[in-house]
Design a protein around this ligand. Structure first.
Ligand code: FAD
Length: 482
């Protein structure tokens, strides 16, 4: 191992918990100075958007994985909890750092914080260098012909495909010099990111392996098993038809460039189409583009007319939705998958979100908050853009009047009912033809399946046709108002 000489540089680790293809770490290493990796758990700056329960679980394990990877390269990982505005300048002073390198973040709270940190460092004559570690394209680089931002996905995606391609991923730096002086670090356990009393994370534990190695394994498996049939199966929650890379991308345990180029290479090698998968990665970029240009998106409907929407306050229905007890099997299966694994299939996210907003008339922000707390991939840009999309109030949104029928959606995308059987086991013995509409089963069929509606499984908490009419009336009311 090389000995440290001279002032170190700090790699301020944020949502880029990886060594490979990390432009911030690479820039720090390229200075030739010793590198001190520092992670600050800055839940104070994040406020309402501090990591929720499932994200905290993920973060704990991801930091363990990163610390292990750094240790094997002879480097420490310094952990601190608190306000980065004070902590980063304080560590810079303590170690006499000459510069700070950080992957860019785009959340409104992080932008504000980063400006303050940069000003505090500038006052000390220390530079902070940002690098693109989380996105394929910077949100300000993709512009309309007149130099504006995009509000609609399709032209945005076209502009991305026409832009200079994302750079090829680079391996972890070959040479990393450890610092001489390592400031005190918090103990990760002291942050209490893991749940206890009760420990509800058993399902997360068996589903996920956070960290860079887990991300690489996921990607490899996806390219081998699911990419070849992604076009046909990506909407099917009953089969593993998508990548499951969302939490790894959110936490930066894999770079989007790595995913992009690996998919292209696998597609070319096996003559498999990749466009629809790449387009999903572009949806992620679009969400960040929107958040960058419309920082109010997590709270405020982007279509102003929706701020007058007559939402209902119904804590009982909200709870039934959260716990997967609405009486609509595909909705309940999705909400229980989320609770158990910290993840839900995209098609089912759309169905469950639509049900909350349109069948129950509960504000989309309530659903956004629940997802924020329970998703391991909870991501401010993707979550808020997607909720606004489903609610019909986003920049480019599904029209509000298009109301998913949860029975037909279930029958189309879970045709044999395998997904429902897995997550709603009390319905497992119903025949496929009735599993998405148990209330239509005869008393004999219900008895044979061991189902007592209203006892072993709830009756629907709203009737579809009535709920649909009520939602359309609400829309009409805001459209008619001047
Ligand atoms: P794949 O199909 O394998 O797609 C590859 C990657 O593309 C994903 O990992 C993800 O990073 C990105 N992606 C795919 N679809 C979208 C999309 N519609 N919007 C933005 N990025 C996308 N995704 C999150 O990462 N975090 C969230 O908090 C989140 N909240 C959502 C809330 C609602 C109501 C809805 C409808 C969708 C939400 N999504 C969110 C988007 C999408 O459901 C997930 O990204 C996807 O299900 C992740 O599974 P995957 O990795 O197997 O996706």
């Amino acid at each position: 191992m090389e000995k440290a000489t001279g002032a170190p540089v700090i790699w301020w680790v944020r949502q880029d918990l990886r060594l490979g293809d990390n432009a911030a770490l690479a820039a720090a290493a390229a200075t030739g100075a010793p590198v001190l990796p520092v992670f600050v758990f800055d839940d104070a700056s994040a406020g309402a958007w501090a990591p929720g329960g499932a994200s905290r679980w993920w973060l704990h394990h991801s930091l363990v994985a990163l610390a292990d990877a750094l240790r094997s390269r002879g480097l420490p990982l310094v952990l601190r909890r608190g306000d980065s505005r004070q902590l980063i300048p304080a560590i810079v002073e303590e170690v006499g750092a000459q510069a700070v390198f950080a992957g860019r973040m785009y959340e409104p709270w992080a932008r504000e914080r980063d400006k303050a940190v940069a000003a505090a460092l500038a006052a000390r004559g220390v530079r902070i260098e940002g690098a693109r570690t989380a996105l394929l394209f910077e949100p300000w680089d993709i512009r309309t012909r007149t130099g504006g931002s995009y509000g609609v996905y399709t032209p945005f995606s076209r502009a991305c495909f026409n832009a200079a391609p994302p750079p090829q991923p680079k391996p972890a730096p070959a040479r990393l010099i450890p610092p001489n002086h390592v400031p005190a670090s918090d103990r990760l356990e002291a942050w209490r990111l893991l749940p206890s009393k009760p420990d509800w994370a058993g399902g997360l534990q068996t589903t996920w392996r956070p960290g860079e190695a887990g991300a690489a394994a996921r990607l490899e498996r996806f390219l081998r098993e699911a990419l070849p049939r992604y076009d046909t199966l990506r909407n099917r929650p009953d089969v593993p038809g998508t990548s499951g890379l969302s939490p790894y991308l959110h936490w930066g345990e894999i770079s989007p460039s790595e995913v992009w180029h690996s998919a292209l290479a696998a597609g070319a090698a096996h003559a498999v189409p990749t466009e629809s998968f790449l387009k999903e990665l572009i949806w992620r970029e679009f969400s960040y583009h929107l958040l960058w240009h419309r920082p109010e998106m997590p709270h405020v409907p982007l279509k102003p007319i929706f701020s007058r929407f007559p939402w209902r306050n119904d804590p009982v229905a909200l709870k039934a939705w959260q716990r997967g007890r609405t009486g609509y099997p595909i909705v309940d299966a999705g909400m229980r998958e989320l609770w158990h694994t910290g993840w839900m299939h995209n098609r089912v996210r759309m169905i469950t979100a639509s049900f909350l907003i349109k069948h129950l008339l509960i504000p989309w922000q309530e659903g956004e908050a629940w997802f924020w707390d329970t998703l391991v991939d909870a991501d401010l840009a993707a979550n808020s853009a997607s909720w606004q999309w489903v609610a019909g109030c986003g920049a480019d949104a599904a029209p509000y009047f298009r109301i998913f029928n949860p029975v037909l959606q279930g029958e189309k995308f879970d045709p044999q009912g395998a997904y429902v059987r897995r997550w709603v086991p009390e319905l497992a013995r119903l025949p496929a033809a009735l599993i998405h509409r148990p209330w239509e089963a005869s008393p004999l069929v219900l008895a044979e399946a061991g189902v007592v509606l209203g006892r072993t499984y709830p009756l629907p908490i709203v009737e579809h046709a009535e709920a649909r009419a009520r939602a359309l009336a609400a829309l009409e009311a805001i459209s008619a108002e001047k």
